[in-house]
Design a protein around this ligand. Structure first.
Ligand code: ADP
Length: 449
């Protein structure tokens, strides 16, 4: 029951689906294997947007932005640990990724600001719909329309190589049992290891026992398999925690809540940090508070501005009060302290100057009842490290040489995000580098006959 194909792709998240559609459109025969019952991976859970600079949508809205500014923001956000060549590709080509998704029928017609970016460049669906499901819908529909062979419940177990050290396919286990998919090129797009706490704690012991926002299939298989096949892994200790996750169930509260105006308040009823700082800094600040968590606090104005909050209310993540006294009682924080915090914050908004914490964007004074609060804590969210690739998504071996026929894209790779990933850059990463991987894998199959 072994099969032959041009390109085999491990993982049907955003990166794998992008690679599949592109390789197919260039003329390759493609098989995608996905170990879970559904495609989508962690990509489906992405709530923010897709960062891209100098897009027609930005221009139509009068937003001045360039790849150079996106490059700078990404490098700065990543503590300058990113591979600058990969970031250059990301910043230059993210715009083409948006164009491509639009051409495939996706809705990315809204643009907004996310933490760590100096320009509104995160592209997302209209009407407050979430970006990840739209990326998956767009690419999966495209793959289905093209009749790409996507095999769910099929887990890749091993990357196969020939005597010359080139990748020649994978061994998989599917509903039919174990078999081999022989391929002229192999693309690893199996995502990260956020849901494998043993692996997380192996690289970063202080994260032992952390909850996660990741889907259960994010167990690092791609990195483990690639390393066994001789690939080099880099930046494995760079693991991002999402700052605002509902304790216990790992449900992520989108950063747009803070972007649209919510503040963070601790159990003493006080603000304690610039809410729009980078994710790792906000996470560290929350972990320093009583009970290692804090409240996202907002008013009805902010609530109405963001569709995602309807869902939080429906899921009962929020406590609500018609006055500051009422909500303080429900939050079990001192009412006097909360009232003082809100008076000071409204004054900072009016003065357009947050002297205390230096928050740059102060959209609203948060003084319209009813008020809302959601308790949040950081959880493991994104693995910045992974397989070392070059700008063509070719995989580096531990000996420093390229492994012929082996490509990798998306969260399974390291280097794009350095020490910290900016919100909106994962979608840019997976679509851009997934697309490149599809292209390069195709070219390899044609040149390497
Ligand atoms: P990215 O954002 O980089 O595309 P995702 O997490 O969205 O990453 O997608 C990765 C996909 O790879 C997930 O759907 C995951 O279930 C799948 N996957 C992980 N390990 C394997 C494996 N061993 N075999 C097949 N699919 C895998």
């Amino acid at each position: 029951q072994n099969v032959n194909t041009d390109v085999v792709i491990v993982g049907a998240g955003g990166a794998g689906l992008a690679a599949a559609v592109e390789a197919h459109d260039l003329g390759a025969k493609v098989i995608v294997v996905e170990k879970m019952a559904f495609p989508g991976g962690n990509t489906t859970r992405a709530a923010g947007g897709l960062n891209a600079a100098a897009t027609p949508l930005q221009q139509a809205k009068g937003i001045y932005d360039t790849p150079e500014i996106m490059f700078f923001d990404t490098m700065k956000g990543g503590h300058w640990k990113n591979n600058p060549e990969l970031v250059r590709v990301l910043a230059n080509h993210a715009k083409d990724s948006v164009d491509w998704l639009l051409a495939l029928g996706g809705d990315f017609h809204d643009v907004g600001l996310m933490a760590g970016a100096t320009k509104p460049r995160t592209h997302r669906p209209t009407g407050g719909n979430l970006v990840g499901p739209e990326v998956v819908r767009t690419l999966y529909t495209a793959a289905e329309n093209r009749k790409v062979d996507i095999r769910v419940n099929t887990k890749a177990e091993e990357i196969l190589k020939n005597a010359k050290g080139a990748a020649t396919g994978i061994k998989v286990k599917g509903p039919e049992g174990e078999y081999v998919i022989n391929a002229k090129a192999v693309v690893i797009a199996a995502g990260g290891f956020g849901a494998n706490n043993e692996m997380v704690a192996h690289y970063v012991p202080r994260l032992k026992g952390f909850s996660t926002t990741n889907q259960p299939g994010a167990t690092g298989d791609g990195m483990i398999m690639a390393e066994k096949a001789g690939a080099k892994l880099i930046d494995m200790t760079e693991i991002q925690t999402h700052p605002t996750v509902v304790p216990g169930n790992g449900e992520m509260i989108t950063e747009a809540v803070r972007g649209n105006g919510a503040i963070l308040v601790n159990h003493e009823g006080k603000r304690f940090y610039n809410e729009l700082e980078t994710r790792d800094n906000v996470s560290a600040a929350i972990l320093k508070q009583t009970d290692k968590n804090a409240f996202l606090f907002f008013d009805s104005d902010m609530q109405k501005s963001l569709k995602a909050t309807n869902n939080y209310i429906k899921q009962s993540y929020t406590v609500t009060g018609n006055s500051l006294d009422e909500i303080a009682a429900k939050m079990k924080v001192p009412a006097a302290a909360l009232k003082q915090t809100m008076t000071e914050y409204a004054a900072a908004v009016a003065a357009k100057n947050d002297k205390q914490f230096g928050r740059a964007d102060l959209p609203r004074p948060l003084n319209k009842a009813p008020f809302y609060a959601i308790i949040v804590t950081p959880a493991v969210h994104h693995c910045m490290g992974g397989i070392k690739i070059d700008t063509k998504t070719q995989v580096y071996g531990q000996n420093g040489q390229i492994i012929p026929g082996l490509f990798a894209a998306g969260e399974v790779t390291g280097g794009v995000h350095g020490g910290n990933r900016l919100g909106g850059n994962a979608q840019a990463d997976i679509v851009t580098f997934g697309h490149i991987a599809g292209q390069q894998a195709y070219i390899y199959t044609r040149l390497n006959k």
